[in-house]
Every structure is written in structure tokens, then in C-alpha cells.
Design a protein around this ligand. Structure first.
Ligand SMILES: [Zn+2]
Length: 218
């Protein structure tokens, strides 16, 4: 340990060691690497939340309900790894997801929100937040607004389901700008965690036939 502390390349070596443990899905040893990194002055908050979340998600001992509660506890420590945690929560337990949802993080979770089944929408939360009102009006489930400052939402709201258009999501790393068609938690290029940013654009919805009834509540 003394040798590690005096070597200027130690931090880089520890980061590589952490990545190796993570590749092996050995989250316990990966988490142990955070301690010397913190002693060397690194901010380990995001890495810790991410690795704790991954260890819960990949632990075969936990039941689904236990994973949900453990992830909520981890989330409440530092409010990090929001996309990773809520991807699981909205997929397996939308009710608990909404109970712990912070609408100020809607933009970070826009792709997940867009995909939530209509029966799992929480109307109390949605009607109280302007971004969510616009998002679900754009999706065509609700008719809560007549326009939006977000161009793509505004177009979809004005089309009112009379077109087979939908949103396509693209993901990029806020640290190195690497882009991907899929959401990621650790960037495959710069290896940072929790730097996911989401962009969306209008595309043709091939799953939907033009003229089909929209499934509006109203
Ligand atoms: Zn990156």
C-alpha cells in the first residue's frame, strides 16, 4: 500500500484493476478498489453507486422484490446511476418506480418514460409536471397540453396521433461525446460512469399503422 501511495501512476492502475474486476463481474473486489482510490483523492461517488447497483442486479441470491428495495436504498444515498436503477424499477415494479421518481430527473429518463405501458402511468405525478404533461401528450396517451417548447414534442402534440411518427433515442457520453444507439452505464470509450445523456428525434413508427385509433384516455 505504501508503494501504491507514492507511485504517480497508481490511480490509473487502480482504475484498470477496477475495470478488470467489473469485467469478471466481481463487484465485491471492484468495490474494494474504491477505498485506495478515495485515499488518493479521487471522487468515487458515481463509481460506488454504479458498482453497488450492478452487484445487486447481478446477485442471484436476491429476489426481484429484494432487488427493487435494495436499489431504492442505493439510489437514496447519492441520487446517482439514475438511468441504471430506474430502468430496472420501471421494468419490474412501475409503482415503486413512480413512488421514488423525482420529476426533475425526467429528461435523464426520457427514453424509459416514453416506453412505460399506458396502464402503468401515474396520472397524479404526470399532471403535476410540465415536462411529463408534454411528453405523454406527445405520445398520444393524454391530452393535457396544446403545445410544447420542445420541438419534437410540439410536432407530435399537433399531429394528435394522426401520423405514424414516434421518437427515436440516441445516447452519448457527456464526458467524451461517444455516441451509441443503446443506453450504457459505463462508457466503452472513456470508461467513465453515469455520464449518459439522451437525445431524441422524430422518426417513422413502423410498429403502427396509419389511421389506427389512438389509445387516448379522453
Ligand atoms: Zn465517454
Amino acid at each position: 500500500m505504501e508503494i501504491l501511495k507514492t507511485n504517480p501512476r497508481t490511480i490509473q492502475a487502480l482504475h484498470y484493476l477496477l475495470l478488470v474486476y467489473e469485467q469478471m463481474r466481481n463487484y465485491k473486489d471492484a468495490l474494494d478498489v474504491l477505498e485506495p482510490l478515495e485515499e488518493l483523492g479521487e471522487d468515487i461517488t458515481k463509481q460506488k453507486t454504479y458498482l453497488l447497483s450492478m452487484s445487486v442486479l447481478n446477485d442471484p441470491k436476491f429476489l426481484q422484490t429484494q432487488k427493487v428495495e435494495q436499489l431504492i436504498q442505493i439510489y437514496k444515498q447519492d441520487y446517482a446511476s439514475v438511468h441504471l436503477i430506474f430502468e430496472y424499477l420501471f421494468r419490474v415494479d412501475p409503482k415503486r418506480a413512480w413512488e421514488n421518481f423525482d420529476s426533475s430527473q425526467s429528461e435523464l429518463l426520457v427514453d424509459l418514460l416514453w416506453q412505460i405501458n399506458i396502464k402503468d402511468l401515474d396520472l397524479d405525478i404526470i399532471t403535476k409536471n410540465s415536462y411529463l404533461r408534454e411528453l405523454y401528450s406527445a405520445r398520444g396517451d393524454l391530452n393535457l397540453v396544446t403545445n410544447s417548447n420542445i420541438f419534437e414534442f410540439d410536432v407530435l402534440i399537433n399531429l394528435r396521433g394522426k401520423s405514424n411518427a414516434t421518437l427515436k433515442f440516441d445516447y452519448f457520453c457527456d464526458n467524451c461525446k461517444h455516441t451509441s444507439p443503446f443506453a450504457f452505464n459505463r462508457c466503452s470509450v472513456c470508461h467513465s460512469v453515469d455520464n449518459l445523456k439522451i437525445e431524441f428525434s422524430l422518426v417513422k413508427d413502423y410498429s403502427r399503422n396509419f389511421g389506427e385509433e389512438n389509445n387516448s384516455f379522453q
